[in-house]
Ligand binder design. Structure first.
Ligand code: PGA
Length: 221
């Protein structure tokens, strides 16, 4: 069972989300080979959740959440607010760390709040220098040079990095960085990589379906 998280980043209008879901729901055949999480901008989460209702192994996820629990923090979206909507939340994506200056301390608080409110954190790291909180069950390794560049890191190097990371026991190890339907197959040749975090390859529903299919086909061999 592979875990595939679509990271839509700051893209799409509601109309585009409707179209994406129309295409996705028409083409997706539920099975037990992959678990999917659609990590979308906040305004679309509830709508997506309603549209995928009853679909097996498909969930909605946030891309980050607030380091504040609740209160007078205008503009923030808290784990508490998200708790009845999402199953997962990315935490510590490299774009949050670089553009929004989120520190390891901020991220540790976010993980605690996510867990407190029943959200599964998918903790993102750039390399072995990023410490990993002990209580995460999903860790996504994304080398910065591979994000959005079309250049994915080869399996051997991903596995080498996995060895260097202080991963919590039994956590699911996810790779992200220019994963697409053409290159996903190489990661399926080993049991080391438990899932994928595609950005660009998830923005178009047809391409995302192809990626899911590629990940499922090889998995079932
Ligand atoms: P990418 O994005 O697949 O476009 O490289 C991955 C990510 O940033 O999570």
């Amino acid at each position: 069972m592979k875990f595939i998280l679509a990271n839509w980043k700051a893209n799409k209008t509601i109309k585009e989300v409707q179209n994406w879901l129309d295409t996705f729901l028409l083409g997706y055949r539920p099975h037990n080979l992959v678990t999917i999480s659609i990590c979308a901008p906040y305004p679309f989460l509830l709508y997506i959740k309603e549209r995928i209702l009853g679909l097996k192994n498909v969930y909605v996820g946030a891309q980050t959440l607030s380091a504040f629990e609740q209160g007078s923090y205008t503009g923030e979206v808290t784990a508490r607010s998200l708790s009845e909507i999402v199953k997962f939340s990315l935490i510590g994506h490299s774009e949050r760390r670089s553009t929004f200056h989120e520190t390891n301390e901020d991220l540790a608080i976010k993980v605690k709040l996510a867990v407190k409110y029943g959200i599964e954190p998918v903790y993102c790291v750039r390399d072995e220098k990023d410490p990993i909180p002990h209580d995460v069950k999903y860790v996504a390794y994304e080398p910065v040079w591979a994000i959005g560049t079309g250049k994915n890191e080869k399996l051997e190097d991903v596995v080498n990095m996995k060895k260097k990371l202080s991963l919590p026991k039994n956590c699911v190890f996810i790779y992200g960085g220019s994963v697409n339907e053409q290159n996903v197959g190489q990661y399926l040749t080993s049991d080391e990589v438990g899932g994928f975090l595609p950005g660009k390859a998830s923005w178009d529903a047809k391409q995302f379906l192809s990626l899911i299919q590629a990940a499922s086909l090889d998995e079932s061999k």
